[in-house]
Design a protein around this ligand. Sequence first.
Ligand SMILES: Cc1cc2nc3c(=O)[nH]c(=O)nc-3n(C[C@H](O)[C@H](O)[C@H](O)COP(=O)(O)OP(=O)(O)OC[C@H]3O[C@@H](n4cnc5c(N)ncnc54)[C@H](O)[C@@H]3O)c2cc1C
Length: 443
Amino acid sequence: MSDLVVKRLPAESGTSGWEAISKRCFPVRTLDGDVSADWLVIGAGFAGLSAARRLSQLRPRDKIVLLEAGEIAKGTAGRNSGYMIDVPHNLSSGEYSVAGESATKAEIAQNRFAISFAADAAAEYGMSERTFDPSGKVNAAATVRGMRLNANYGRSLESIGEKHSLLDAREMREITGSSYYLGGLYTPGAVMIQPADYIRGFAAGLAPKIDLFEHSPVLRLERLGGSWKAKSRSGTVTAPKVILGVNGHIEDFGHFRGRLMHVFTYASMTAPFAGRSTGKDRWALLPADPMGATVRKISSDGSSRIVIRTRFTYDWAVQVGEKRLAGIAAEQRASLDARFPDLKDVPFEHVWAGRLCLSRNHVPAFGEIEEGLYSACCENGLGTVKSTLAGVMAADLATGTRSDMLDEFSDQPGPARLPPEPLAWLGVNAVIRLQELRAGREG
Ligand SMILES: Cc1cc2nc3c(=O)[nH]c(=O)nc-3n(C[C@H](O)[C@H](O)[C@H](O)COP(=O)(O)OP(=O)(O)OC[C@H]3O[C@@H](n4cnc5c(N)ncnc54)[C@H](O)[C@@H]3O)c2cc1C
């Protein structure tokens, strides 16, 4: 009989600006007592919430319980940059387009399937355009190398018939107000979310159909007489089928050990400002070199903010320290000032980090990993879309809902084994740092 004792719980580093400016409009409920359910979903990020929504569609009469260790939108799901990307973008490769034509097409189809699932939820749960904005995004280039990467990216999009347009330095200046960029490549299919509002709106919309308990970490998961029993601090949930949407924390449940890379990335959000040279009200830039800076402007009620994300570090810990956050925020300040000299006196109001989960061979940790226990984990850095898809696919797999999408998604190898530590730590950090240095002014 399986008895999984959860070794470590999530912990957050800094306060996400997205969460700080988002309003919560539903009460927090914590598990108190012993509950039986048809389904237990663990983790209320993109994967867990999407799995729960899909289960509620497929099995409307079943009782679905969702347990979250922390609070909705305070974890990684509410602290990302909010790019739901349809066209491939692979963090670990150092390039945007990595696969052959048919694999790229299949990946785009999967990403669009996930985005349309999210769009249906956004419409049903009444999310505004500020929360879920199908605006597309620009891959911005600040160097000759970035321009070359964009040109290559454009050619691969061309070869598979994907719409895109190239922007020159003047057009980039019109959008952003900055002379920093030499050019850009616009793709229309990306959706920009306010991640904390999206996750909160999703949870609030789903709440009437499920039992969501926050501050209710699963500390132990035990297989007893054909069911799983999850123990939290002041209660238990017993259910025949469980979906794990805990991303890298799946290792703490005893699965995929030595196969997952835990990588932090870092972000800062300015205080609100008005009347500066920062172009249009809203724009979203990804770096032409994936190791560069993601920069986004949002506006509401006459004031704007800019959010900048840079750097990746591979760490064993679940949290990074204040000193690291402050050091990277200082680098981000320099990157922002170089792009927007007019904002030099506008301070950062929020500085934070969040934890991604990558596998060496860029595949998810997906499938039925023990009888009645399903994994929708390891998002490979782009979980707004990938974890949404994994959550839906896990619900389909667990309910026996067959589809070509599920066959394709299930037909992937598992995450490859990493070299032993500290070799993995040394190797991954060295590769990341080299790629970041190569990104130069893109960062
Ligand atoms: C700064 C930053 C910028 C990013 N930008 C983007 C972006 O622009 N686009 C993009 O696609 N992705 C981006 N990401 C990545 C994205 O946020 C993640 O890929 C996504 O959140 C993963 O979703 P998930 O549901 O798999 O996992 P998570 O969002 O991590 O959710 C897992 C949940 O499981 C819970 N949990 C863990 N253990 C337990 C337990 N024992 N009991 C109960 N609950 C538990 C956690 O508290 C957590 O809420 C970014 C990340 C960061 C940090």
